[in-house]
Ligand binder design. Sequence first.
Ligand code: SD4
Length: 333
Amino acid sequence: MKRRSFFKVGVLGGAAAVLTPKDLFAAQTTLIKDSEIKNASKPIVLSTWSHGLEANKGAWSVLENKGSSLDAVMKGAMVTESDRSNRSVGISGMPDRTGHVTLDACIMDSEGRSGAVGFVEGFEHPIQIAREVMEQTPHAMLVGKGAEIFAKQLGFKKLKSPISEVKKEYKEWIKKNPELVVKPIINHENHDTIGILAMDSEGKISGSCTTSGWAYKMPGRLGDSPIIGAGLFIDNEVGGAVATGLGEAIIRIAGSHTVVECMRNGMSPEEACKEAVNRIIRKNKDLTGLQCGFIALDKDGNYGAYSVYNGFNIAVKSIDKEELIDSAYDRKW
Ligand code: SD4
């Protein structure tokens, strides 16, 4: 929160000790400068990175027909998962350092229900399996073999993975990178993950996140993307947030949950994303290659984004908008 906001809240708090948390929230939110608020009418869908433009089209086909935000965020994610030209999501994504493409995904709805899968291989739509975990099981997350058995029982087909292009690229890469641990390279040219937030015509917010994870990660590694609170968090009383970038840094500050809680305390979506990014910056002395970004949507349809480095962007689709906006950021590459 800005100093100005603290001051005003302090004055209000001093003048009227009987203020309820709701009053306080109202007082805080009125302090946000108009220029910091990007607003669109509902329904609306937001996605990370430029591949979000296509994903948004998929989500929009649900929202414009008065479909639910839950169906919209799933459909949007499925568009990117099926795009074989996409080297960062789905079975055409980047492999781990043993050549396996392992996939992580999660989904969360306006009721606070969630489902996730991690470390699954060869499935076209991890996001659908995550939704089934939410709807068909008493669990919040299934990983590895167990998740694959569950998916097969539901009739999801296991495909050949990795696809030949990925295999070829991997063979070249491993020759040049024989060491066990490699530094992350996540920037505007090499990034993974699609994160989607949607609000439907009833004002219900849902989110999804799906990825092949950090390219050439160690086998067995899970990032933030399937972890509720890190890669994605929704609380319909407040809004939702989704993350992209170096998952280890995002997990360590419970990134998306942090963004939502900052909005609950009166910050605008962009301010809340900035606060989460600032925490990452404060806690990581070496920021070389450490790109992380958040997008957030509040319950009134305001949205914003913030990243460590420039180059992150947010795709927006509503009745009167279809655009890719550069995220605000802390520093330049
Ligand atoms: C991960 N957060 O596996 C993902 C990767 C990503 O842009 O979002 N890259 O850590």
